[in-house]
Design a protein around this ligand. Sequence first.
Ligand SMILES: *[C@@H]1O[C@H](CO)[C@@H](O)[C@H](O)[C@H]1NC(C)=O
Ligand SMILES: *[C@@H]1O[C@H](CO)[C@@H](O)[C@H](O)[C@H]1NC(C)=O
Ligand SMILES: *[C@@H]1O[C@H](CO)[C@@H](O)[C@H](O)[C@H]1NC(C)=O
Ligand SMILES: *[C@@H]1O[C@H](CO)[C@@H](O)[C@H](O)[C@H]1NC(C)=O
Length: 258
Amino acid sequence: MGLLSHVLLFLFLFTTSAESADPSGEFCNTDTNISSNQTSANIDRLLSLLVSGTVLNGYIATSYGKAKDQVYGLAQCRADVTGKDCSNCIEDAAREIRKRCPNQADARIWYDFCFLRHDIKDFFGEVDTGFGIIFYNVENVTDPDTFNKELSTLTDRITSQAVVAGNKGNGRDKTKLTPFLTLYALVQCTRDLSPLFCSQCLAIAIGNFPTICNNRKGCRVLYSSCYVRYELYPFYFPLDSDTTNASKDYHVSVFYKP
Ligand SMILES: *[C@@H]1O[C@H](CO)[C@@H](O)[C@H](O)[C@H]1NC(C)=O
Ligand SMILES: *[C@@H]1O[C@H](CO)[C@@H](O)[C@H](O)[C@H]1NC(C)=O
Ligand SMILES: *[C@@H]1O[C@H](CO)[C@@H](O)[C@H](O)[C@H]1NC(C)=O
Ligand SMILES: *[C@@H]1O[C@H](CO)[C@@H](O)[C@H](O)[C@H]1NC(C)=O
């Protein structure tokens, strides 16, 4: 209940599409209001470095500027999202983060396909699960016992993929629950994390499955250091052909542990 006491719940009709520039969420840390024009100019310059730096490999962590005006930034696509989908997402993120958090040195923005963050402090390599956003399907599974057992086996398996060098912090797989029902799951760490820190972040994120995501047909947990998601339909690339219709009704729960 400790975590739940920090949870703010509100209803949200989930209607965005992959093409839209609407993010899944953002965090503008109002404890870090920008007081110098140089910091602001450095953030603009940093954002263009993040956009160009992710074109080749879908990931960059870099800094720009000097002394007290130095700014740090990280941008990353989900490892299954590549090419134009990745570039478009990072471009949207760089534009929207400035629009939504124009006065904050510490700002983060989440999309289904990518994540972008900047700050005046060096956050590289640290696990940050202070701010989180959870989307969960309003519908429940019909056989929770089997479902949770399969979900747990699947998330263990993809967590061990994510920490393997070369997998870009990503694990994804599926498992058949019945001949007609398949469970899909994906985990993604930011690529600045060590394997140990990646598995720590994923454990915290997956820890929300039995509590907040409790028996829901789909759930997404968005942290600044990792992302986890499961659905009863394919959502990662390459997309399966056995696509069933996704529910568009999602609740959102946002929490912040300062
Ligand atoms: C930062 O700015 C916001 C909005 O202008 C304000 O509400 C908040 O109190 C400021 N934070 C600090 C730490 O001054
Ligand atoms: C920042 O720029 C604005 C407008 O360009 C100017 O009014 C303000 O004095 C500048 N602030 C600092 C701290 O230089
Ligand atoms: C799913 O289960 C939760 C908790 O048991 C319940 O509050 C909710 O109404 C259920 N949702 C549906 C669509 O039945
Ligand atoms: C998906 O939705 C469409 C239109 O709403 C419907 O015609 C189709 O049968 C649905 N497919 C499945 C697998 O439920």
